[in-house]
Design a protein. Sequence first.
Length: 133
Amino acid sequence: VSLKCNKAGELDILIKKDPNTPWAILEALNHKDESYWQEHLVRLLENYNPQGIRTLFLVTYVGCKSHNFGDICDKYADSIPQCATANYKPRKDSFRELDQSGIMIRAYQCSYLCGSDEATVYHIFVHMDEENA
């Protein structure tokens, strides 16, 4: 379902353990601004996850100059623990930056609660050359 729930949305990737068992959902977007990113977080948690899959990936491709990438990621790192949806709230103290192996990818983990159910979102930011974004 789309963000406004008025048409079919499109799930990017459903990862399965076996043909009948979903394991994770991956949603990807090109970076535009924070509100666009939050729309995709809502889609991932609320619209594309009726089965309550617990492992979710939000991949954001960030087209910018290399020296701006860290600042952009830091801005999102500050907002991730505050981002709630209608049904999912960030679990206190669940946000953490994952080990960074290079300067072109930044990753964060945050768990969200919907009642007693919990889903973990891996927020992955990938640097793209400005002209390729």
